[in-house]
Structure formats: structure tokens, C-alpha cells
Design a binder for this molecule. Structure first.
Ligand code: TYM
Length: 338
């Protein structure tokens, strides 16, 4: 029996190369060894304000992008979170087994509350519980994510263990899987921060939808340092090391091998080389995204099929939870209620 991998990505913006190398690329390679379930987690996105049409459009675009990077719906289950009602249902139950204190310690909640004090809604606070519901509904053994999501997977583990401690082995306890290189791709303008698809400064990130000229311009403006030698040293030279690891991830090298490619060269050579390496990855993906978005009927059919398969799995877990806590469930089709 293969282990189950689950992960999700929010349609809160067009994904960046940070999302790609930190998580999505890993999802594609895991298809060989794991039973994979991946979701476009649009319920998470409404903790921010979006125009309704923009959110719907981004959700479809992101689903198309997952297909375009090589997630194969015959091997992986791909679905849109809002099409599977059990996510909200399990969230309510898990809310009753999660402490206010532990949620208030979440780094992302603290950071996002500071960034947008005008909209610190309860959904933003409760976000990690919805994420725990996503993971636990699918009996997930591993959760491939970037470094920034480690704390959210850990709280999912804590909630699962607490629940299991009360009711027996209802949930599989999940573990995060974070790539050693790419787990935290940094902002091009401020290498003290991660690259973020919601960054107000577009120059800070390379979007998966950026055209070749934009990628070149953004790479040329990337913040480096005054030393002018291309060395991989993330602590002393975060900007240059970030560019080197991007180059390495695009060319399939280690950062140390990439460093050797630039021996004796300056940043004027490194920056355009990074842009070309990124463009070589993005070009074919963008063409495949267009092929999917140009065929809305095919996209609808894939989304419908994914949602039906996800719901069948999620309903089984939810029935175990209802049974454990003593909730009267919906009568099962053709059977008794739990
Ligand atoms: P999201 O949408 O912000 O990001 C999707 C994935 O990309 C990773 N990531 C990065 N990796 C490396 N460098 C970066 N600069 C970078 N930025 C983002 C994230 O770690 C993530 O793996 N809460 C999640 C979505 C979610 C989820 C889940 C994930 C909801 N439910 C259940 C796993 C399991 C989020 O906002 O990811």
C-alpha cells in the first residue's frame, strides 16, 4: 500500500517560482511513489478580500496550472476545496478540539494581522484548523510543503493526536515534507523575506505567468550585495545565494555546482543566466496552461470528477468523526445514519 500525500495551494494570486520549487514540483515527483491528493484551497483564500469573478478565475487558472506542470488526474486526485463540503464540516468539529492559545501563537496569523490590521477576521485566526481538516480528511501520511507551512502541519498533528487520545485512532497523524533546497525561496527585493504571491511589489516575485522580458527585468533588478563575487553562502550572501539556488533548481544542479558555472564572473553574468534558466522552465508550462484554459469544458469535467472522488473519500473520514463524538449524521445513501 502506497502512503498518502496531501497538499494544497491557495488561489490568492498567480503562483510564484517559490510555490513551484518549494512545493508544486515536489508534488509532481511524488506521484510515482505516493497515493496523491492535491487541492486548490479557495476557502482559505477568502480570508482576504477578492472580487468574486477574480477569485473564480484564479481558481480555474490554478487548477489548469496544476495540470500543466505535470500532475496527472489519472494518477493524482486534483480537486477544488469549495466543491467538497466535508472540509467545512470537519473544521467545525476540530474547532472544538483546538485551543485559542495555540492558534494565537501561529506565526502566519501574527504576520498577516500586522500586515492588514483592518481585516483581522475570525477566518484568518481559524485558518490552520481548516488546513488541519484538509489534511486529516484524506488520511494523509505526508504533506509536501514549503518551510512557511511547517507550523501549520505541526498544529494539524497536535490536533489529530489530541483527538485520537480521546477517541482512539480516528485520524492518521501527518508529517511535513520540505525540500532541502527550495523550501524557502526568497523575495528578489528583500532577501530577508520569502517570495510571496501576495507581495504588493511585483518586482519581489517571479510569477509563473511572467513573460520572458518581465523575468529578465525582475532578475536584473534583484537585490544582491557589494562583494561582486558569485558564492553560495545563504547566511552571508542571501540575495546571491537565492539567485544561485533558483538557477540550480531550474537546471537540475546543486547550488554548489551552479556556483562553479559562475567562477570568476560577476552579477552582470549571473542575473541574465538566472532569468534564462527560469524562462526555460516557465515557457512550456505557460503554453500548456493556455491549452487547458482554452478548453473550459474539459476543465469543468476534470474538476467535477476530482470533486466527486474527493467527496467519497472525505465522507468516510467524516463518518468516523461523527461516530466518535456522537453526532447524528446524514443517513448514508441506502443505509442507516451513523
Ligand atoms: P500557499 O498557497 O501560500 O503556498 C503553496 C505552497 O507553496 C509553498 N511556498 C513556498 N515554498 C518555498 N518558497 C516560498 N517563497 C514559498 N511560498 C509558498 C508553501 O509552503 C505551500 O506549500 N496554507 C497553505 C495552503 C494549504 C495547505 C493545506 C497546504 C491549505 N490547506 C493543507 C498543505 C496542506 C498556503 O497558504 O500555501
Amino acid at each position: 500500500m502506497k502512503k498518502r500525500a496531501f497538499s494544497g495551494i491557495q488561489p490568492s494570486g498567480v503562483p510564484t517560482v517559490g510555490n513551484y520549487f518549494g512545493a508544486l514540483k515536489n508534488w509532481v515527483s511524488m506521484q510515482n511513489d505516493y497515493d496523491c491528493v492535491f487541492s486548490v484551497v479557495n476557502l482559505h483564500a477568502i480570508t482576504q478580500r477578492f472580487d468574486a469573478d477574480v477569485l473564480r478565475e484564479r481558481t480555474r487558472y490554478l487548477y489548469a496550472l496544476l495540470l500543466a506542470i505535470g500532475l496527472d488526474p489519472r494518477r493524482s486526485l486534483l480537486f477544488v476545496q469549495s466543491q467538497v463540503p466535508q472540509h467545512c464540516e470537519l473544521t467545525w468539529v476540530l474547532n472544538c478540539y483546538t485551543m485559542q492559545g495555540e492558534l494565537s501563537r501561529m506565526t502566519q496569523f501574527k504576520e498577516k494581522s500586522l500586515k492588514r490590521p483592518e481585516n483581522v477576521n475570525v477566518g484568518l485566526f481559524d485558518y490552520p484548523v481548516l488546513q488541519a481538516a484538509d489534511i486529516l480528511l484524506y488520511d494523509s501520511d505526508v504533506v509536501p510543503v514549503g518551510q512557511d507551512q511547517k507550523q501549520h502541519v505541526e498544529i494539524s498533528r497536535d490536533i489529530a493526536e489530541r483527538f485520537n487520545g480521546l477517541y482512539g485512532d480516528v485520524f492518521v497523524v501527518p508529517e511535513p515534507v520540505i525540500p532541502p533546497i527550495g523550501g524557502k525561496v526568497l523575495s528578489l527585493l528583500d532577501p530577508a523575506r520569502k517570495m510571496d504571491k501576495s507581495d504588493p511589489l511585483p518586482g519581489a516575485y517571479l510569477s509563473m505567468a511572467d513573460d520572458a522580458d518581465t523575468v529578465m527585468k525582475k532578475c536584473k533588478r534583484a537585490v544582491t550585495d557589494s562583494e561582486a563575487s558569485v558564492r553560495y553562502d545563504p547566511a552571508a550572501k542571501p540575495g546571491v545565494s537565492n539567485l544561485l539556488s533558483l538557477y540550480a533548481m531550474c537546471t537540475g544542479q546543486t547550488p554548489q555546482e551552479a556556483e562553479r558555472d559562475f567562477e570568476g564572473q560577476g552579477y552582470g553574468v549571473l542575473k541574465p543566466a538566472v532569468a534564462e534558466a527560469v524562462n526555460a522552465v516557465l515557457g512550456p508550462v505557460q503554453a500548456r496552461i493556455r491549452a487547458y484554459t482554452d478548453d473550459p469544458a474539459q476543465l469543468d469535467a476534470l474538476m467535477e470528477d476530482g470533486a466527486a472522488r474527493a467527496e467519497a473519500m472525505a465522507a468516510k473520514t467524516l463518518a468516523r468523526v461523527w461516530q466518535a463524538v456522537g453526532l447524528t449524521g446524514r443517513p448514508a445513501k441506502g443505509g442507516a445514519s451513523c
